[in-house]
Each structure stands twice: as structure tokens, then as C-alpha cells.
Ligand binder design. Sequence first.
Ligand SMILES: *[C@@H]1O[C@H](CO)[C@@H](O)[C@H](O)[C@H]1NC(C)=O
Ligand SMILES: *[C@@H]1O[C@H](CO)[C@@H](O)[C@H](O)[C@H]1NC(C)=O
Ligand SMILES: *[C@@H]1O[C@H](CO)[C@@H](O)[C@H](O)[C@H]1NC(C)=O
Ligand SMILES: *[C@@H]1O[C@H](CO)[C@@H](O)[C@H](O)[C@H]1NC(C)=O
Ligand SMILES: *[C@@H]1O[C@H](CO)[C@@H](O)[C@H](O)[C@H]1NC(C)=O
Ligand SMILES: *[C@@H]1O[C@H](CO)[C@@H](O)[C@H](O)[C@H]1NC(C)=O
Ligand SMILES: *[C@@H]1O[C@H](CO)[C@@H](O)[C@H](O)[C@H]1NC(C)=O
Ligand SMILES: *[C@@H]1O[C@H](CO)[C@@H](O)[C@H](O)[C@H]1NC(C)=O
Length: 558
Amino acid sequence: MLSLAFRRLIFVSTIYFTATIAQSIFDWETLKPSTTLDWKPCYGSPFQCTRLKVPFDYSAPEIGYASIAIVRLPSTAPKSKYRGPILYNPGGPGGSGVDSVVSPAGAYFASIFGDQYDIVGFDPRGVSYSTPTISFFKTEAERRFLIPSPTNVIYPSLNASSNALSQVWAENQLLGQLALAIDTSHLFQHMSTDNIARDMLAITKAFGQEKLQYYGISYGSVLGATFATLFPDKVERMILDGVFVMESYFTLNMTSMMVDADPSLQSFFDGCYQAGPEGCPFYEPSASAISAKLDNLTATVKEKPFVVLTPGSYGLIDYDFFRNVILDSLFDPYDSESGFEPLAQALASLAEGNATALYNMGAVPTFECQAPTEAFHLNNLEAYMAIACGDALPINDTLAELQEYWANGLSTSSFSDVLSAPRVFCAGYKTHRAGRFVGPMGANTSVPLLLVGNSLDAGTAHVGAVQTSKLFPRSAVLTQDCVGHTSLVAPSACTAAYFGAYFANGTLPAPGTICPIDIEMFPSSANASTKRTLQTSEEKRLLDAWGKISRATPRRAL
Ligand SMILES: *[C@@H]1O[C@H](CO)[C@@H](O)[C@H](O)[C@H]1NC(C)=O
Ligand SMILES: *[C@@H]1O[C@H](CO)[C@@H](O)[C@H](O)[C@H]1NC(C)=O
Ligand SMILES: *[C@@H]1O[C@H](CO)[C@@H](O)[C@H](O)[C@H]1NC(C)=O
Ligand SMILES: *[C@@H]1O[C@H](CO)[C@@H](O)[C@H](O)[C@H]1NC(C)=O
Ligand SMILES: *[C@@H]1O[C@H](CO)[C@@H](O)[C@H](O)[C@H]1NC(C)=O
Ligand SMILES: *[C@@H]1O[C@H](CO)[C@@H](O)[C@H](O)[C@H]1NC(C)=O
Ligand SMILES: *[C@@H]1O[C@H](CO)[C@@H](O)[C@H](O)[C@H]1NC(C)=O
Ligand SMILES: *[C@@H]1O[C@H](CO)[C@@H](O)[C@H](O)[C@H]1NC(C)=O
């Protein structure tokens, strides 16, 4: 029972790097942490790794040191053209920058940003290969008992049943108490975003550079903005993509960030209708009829979950599962496995009684009792709580206040039952460092920031980029004309060219710039254009690169 309930706890990224890693295992313990960057080959050529020693507390180094796991894809340009590192953060918080760069993403970033840079992934303190690796459990087996599949998790719906909220609340109270009990050295309080920003400065300096070059998506926008606020004169280049409404992060009030969620779903209905019955298997003769058909299926699932048994796996499509598959699709609508077209196919088949395809879209690998010991670094849940809940102002809400909070959110989005959950997750977490940075964000940076927002982003609404721009004078907003979470979800030669120009020359897009994308929402539709064949060879190279990055980075990060 407990394991099923806990399976639904995490509100972080689904990082599907396991299939894409060049050489999935590297023993980080073979690298001795030091205060200089001592690069050693890792994960197969051309990757290089190192561990950097940083103080837990920059004002009290005597407490001890964390070691930051860093991987780089070295620049291939001649030395005279070398332009230093670009640090990347994939969001979460809790996403592994190492795993991202060691996926195809690293090579494709290099092709967009240019070969003059080292593409650098690091695991924020507490995350994955950086030590200490935050865990609320003593062993991986113990963790797997509660969280069978740490990389593929399901958001709980606070409306799944009349006691769903109290259940989620209680589970997270338990996690908060486990954290307190295991953290006898009081180290978790130092895993805060301000310290991660200080670590980024330390990494930059260890490279021999004065100023940071950075690309961060989703929560990575909070990390970047924190850095820019604390060290405004240390910014060389900074692109924030899928930008938070900054104060939402610290107050754990997600309401203003979910304004794009329902319009994103509407774009599924409209797109399906326009694609026609040939292009969209879930087609009905109007967008509102498609919407009604989805409502009917949702109600059916809530009344009576589907039981699924496939050759590879088995499980249930219940209300939580169903809403997660839909939300996943809103986050990544152009994806060939979780996007709108496969969703339409799976929904159509579910409506006819075949649940296999929809189950496969969200399936969690079957629990294995013998948890792989090398997977202990997959600590998304604990890292999320230590960083996001630890950063935030303490949540003292009663259950009645939490109920009121998410129910009020319904007037902003019908997905409030899932998107409001972080406040409930963090209500049980009691480890906060006094004096940590909790905003306000904003500063006049040495170089203006480039902020990127999709026209509709269900997780980090476009308004996040607009509001953040007001906090950083001279920054620019680039809008990518698409649905989904962060610009990486859809290839756009236009966006890629702006990224390249910004890193090369600091050039910002003109106010109001909107980039089209180069992929169709329903590619099989007779009405789909031939966008993908219209590119010059250079555009095509960038476009392909973009698509591959989106498939190698977190799909569902907040
Ligand atoms: C919450 O659940 C109730 C009862 O099943 C249902 O009537 C209501 O529409 C649901 N609300 C949302 C936003 O899903
Ligand atoms: C959350 O923000 C919304 C507006 O975005 C506001 O109406 C609501 O009162 C806030 N809730 C809490 C608990 O602060
Ligand atoms: C293609 O688009 C046109 C105009 O948007 C629409 O009238 C037509 O029905 C669409 N074709 C299909 C197959 O849906
Ligand atoms: C869904 O639609 C079918 C067919 O129109 C209907 O029989 C069924 O009662 C509906 N189910 C729900 C839960 O609304
Ligand atoms: C159900 O759908 C799957 C594909 O999603 C297919 O392989 C399977 O044959 C279908 N089952 C039946 C009974 O039609
Ligand atoms: C929550 O409680 C703590 C400790 O009692 C207090 O310091 C903090 O101000 C409270 N937070 C809010 C938002 O009321
Ligand atoms: C920001 O800094 C630039 C250059 O350092 C300066 O020209 C500008 O006036 C400053 N703007 C504000 C709003 O402080
Ligand atoms: C940067 O500026 C130079 C000189 O104006 C230009 O030749 C180059 O194409 C620019 N680079 C990018 C990536 O825009």
C-alpha cells in the first residue's frame, strides 16, 4: 500500500537519460575532490570529469566541504578562439546536469552555441553524483520500497478522492520527519539555491574566468536569476528558458504560473479538430466535442480504473495516472512518444476499450526487489525537497487552508489539483537555513539577460519571462510560438539562431520577437505543411540539433 501511495509523490522531472547515456556508468569515487579542476576522461571520449571542493557554508568553511560533480564536453576550437565554459542546469530542482550533458544533449548544445565553448554539466550540491548526495533513506533498497521508480513518477491529484489531499499531506509530513531524523549533521540546510549560485561562481573561477556563461531551463531560471541578483557584475551571458514567476518559487504559490495550462489543453482540441479525422484519431466534428469526449473518458477512469497487463509490464490507469499522461503531453506536445499525436491515438484506443497504448505512455517500470546499488544517485525526490522546500518560506497552512489554496487555483486552471501540489509537498519539510536568499530578485547585470518563453507553457507560463524581464533592466524576452514546457520541446532554427548570436556577440532579439517552430503538432495530418524540408542545410542542422536536445532533457520539470 505504502509503496503505491509513495509512487505518486514526486513533482520533478522525468529524466529519460538511461537509454541515451554514452557510457552510462562512471565511478565518480575514483576522482579525488580538489579546489582546482583536475580533468580525467570519463563516460567515453571526449567527455572529461572532475570534482570541485566547495564549502558547505561559504561564511564558515570549517563546517566542511561538498564536492561538485562536473562533466565537460571540451571545446574543439583552436585555443585562440576559446570562449570558456557554458554551465547548464536542467531544472527540477534535482535534475542532474551531468546526466544531461552526457546524453546527446551535450553535443547538440555545442552545435548551437558554437565549438568555442566547453559545454559543462554539473550536479548541484546534494544532487546525484555530487556529495553528500541527499537521501532520506539509508539504502537504495529502502528508497525503492517507497519509490519504485525514482526517474518515472506520477504527480498526485489532490482531487483523486475525498481524502487525497490529507493522504499526500501526511506522506510528506513523514518525508519531512525522515529528513530531520537522518540529517544529524545539519547539512541539508546548506543545499540552497543561493549556495548553488555561489558554487557556479566557484566553478567559473576555477575555469580561470571572471564571469558566468549560463543556460538554465525551468527551475534553472530561478538558479540563474538568483546568481544574477547576488552577483550582477559577474554575468557574461545568461539565457533563462521556461521562466518562473520568481516570487512563486519562494512563496510556493504556483497559481500565477499555471495560467497557460488550460489554453494548452485547448490547443490540443483545436489542433486535433484542424488535423481532421485522418490526422487525429481522437477527432470529433468540433473542438468542443473533442473536449467533451475527453471529459467523458476522464469521468469513466475516475469511476472505474482500467486494468492493464502487457508482456512487459502491468498496472492500473487510474485518475492520477490518466491526468499525468495528459499533463505530460501538454508539457511536450511535439514528442513522438508523449506528444499530442500519440496522445490522440492512445485516447481513441482507450475509448474503444484498449488501454495498452495509453498505459505505455505513462508506465512505470515494474518494481524490482533487488534495487540496483549503482542507482543510489537517482535522488530526485529528496533533492527536490531539500532544495525547493528548503529555499521556500515555511508553509504553516492547515489542511483546510491547503484545500482552499488548490481549490482557489481552479479558477486559474482545471489542473490546479496537480499543479498546486508542491505547496503540499513542502508543508512537511522543516529544514530551512536562517539567512538564505528568498528574494526579491532583480539587478542591473553586467550583460543583459535573454529570457525565453513559449507562447503557452503549462508549467511555467509565458508571463514568467515577461515579469522576470521587468526585474532585470535591459533584458529581452524571446517568445517561441508553440505549446510546451521550455523552448527545447520544439525545434526552431529561429530560436537557435538567436541563442547563437547572443552567446557569440551578446546580441538580443528586438522587443516583441516571436520565433516560429519547425515541426507540426499533428504531423500525419493532410494539412501539415512541409516545414521540415524547407530549411537550408545550416538551418536543418540547427533544427535537428534542437529536436534531439528536447528528447534528451527533462520532460516534466518544474
Ligand atoms: C473533483 O472531483 C469531483 C468529484 O469527483 C468532480 O465533481 C470535480 O469536477 C473534480 N474537479 C476537478 C477540477 O477535477
Ligand atoms: C496565490 O496566488 C493567487 C494569485 O496568483 C492568490 O489569489 C492567492 O491568494 C495566493 N494564495 C496563497 C495561499 O498565497
Ligand atoms: C485543412 O484546413 C482547412 C482550413 O484550415 C480545413 O477547412 C480543412 O477541413 C482541413 N483539412 C482536414 C483534412 O481537416
Ligand atoms: C460516456 O459516454 C458514453 C457514450 O455516450 C455514455 O454511455 C457514458 O455514460 C458516458 N460516461 C460518463 C462517465 O459520462
Ligand atoms: C491494443 O493496442 C495495442 C497497441 O497499442 C495493440 O498492440 C493490441 O493488439 C491491441 N489489443 C487488441 C485486443 O486489439
Ligand atoms: C511559519 O512558522 C514559522 C515558525 O513558527 C514562522 O517563522 C514563519 O513566519 C511562518 N510562516 C508564515 C508564512 O506564516
Ligand atoms: C545599468 O548599468 C548600465 C551599465 O553598467 C548603466 O548604463 C545603466 O544606467 C544602469 N541602469 C540602471 C537602471 O541602473
Ligand atoms: C557575431 O558578429 C559578427 C560580426 O558582426 C558576425 O560576423 C557573426 O556572424 C555574429 N555571430 C553570430 C552567431 O551571430
